[in-house]
Design a protein around this ligand. Structure first.
Ligand code: ADP
Length: 199
């Protein structure tokens, strides 16, 4: 087991992940590494570019995300954990299930498991849970093809299924579910209460 702590924020688009990550980053100090799973490496940013131009099948999309995730895990997350840094991830592994295995996509959880094996479990996974109607209203920018209310409703449902499930693939996440529609400072205090326990 690596020495550093791994803190993950999951949730639908606009649920406040980046906001809380920035606040936690400031609170913890300078020895934290923030990793945005898909775009913090060159390969991850290229995958993001490709997916803006090409709409592959959901299975192929999941493979591209899995490649970006593994690149980030091997080259950023794991080395930082190994030297004892705290790593805060803007999504990690559960988003693969939430975005690819929900009621609107039909990719099996077994498939997602097989292409995303051997990741270290997080010390805490915060799920910022909220109604997509509210989270989409917060996004003051053009929406991408994931950012549709019906789709994000399925993603939210899948996140909640995983929290409630004892399935092999979803266990050991140490979920803490927070209501993402609360004021920023209220969520920040709830996050800190949990983070203090593990540092
Ligand atoms: P995400 O990273 O989950 O997509 P962001 O942190 O970027 O979400 O937040 C999306 C928008 O909502 C931003 O404009 C942010 O300032 C605002 N926001 C974040 N958290 C809250 C909150 N608790 N209440 C109201 N607005 C929020």
């Amino acid at each position: 087991m690596s020495k550093g702590k791994l803190i993950v924020f999951e949730g639908i688009d606009g649920s406040g992940k980046s906001t809380q990550i920035e606040l936690l980053f400031q609170q913890i100090g300078t020895w934290v590494d923030k990793s945005r799973t898909f775009s913090s490496t060159l390969l991850g940013s290229k995958v993001e570019d490709i997916l803006k131009k090409v709409k592959p099948s959901k299975e192929v999309e999941a493979l591209l995300f899995a490649a970006a995730r593994l690149e980030c895990y091997r080259n950023v997350i794991k080395p930082c954990l190994n030297v004892g840094s705290t790593v805060i991830c803007d999504r990690y592994l559960m988003d693969a299930y939430a975005y690819s295995c929900n009621s609107m996509t039909g990719v099996s959880d077994d498939y997602i498991y097989k292409i995303n094996m051997n990741y270290r479990s997080p010390d805490i996974t915060f799920l910022l849970d909220m109604d997509p109607r509210l989270s989409l209203d917060r996004l003051d920018r053009p929406k991408d093809h994931y950012e549709k209310e019906d789709f994000l409703k399925s993603v939210r449902e899948q996140y909640l299924i995983m929290v409630a499930s004892k399935e092999l693939y979803f266990k050991d996440q140490n979920w803490i579910v927070l209501d993402g529609s609360q004021p920023v400072d209220v969520i920040q205090s709830l996050v800190w209460e949990e983070v203090e326990k593990i540092l």
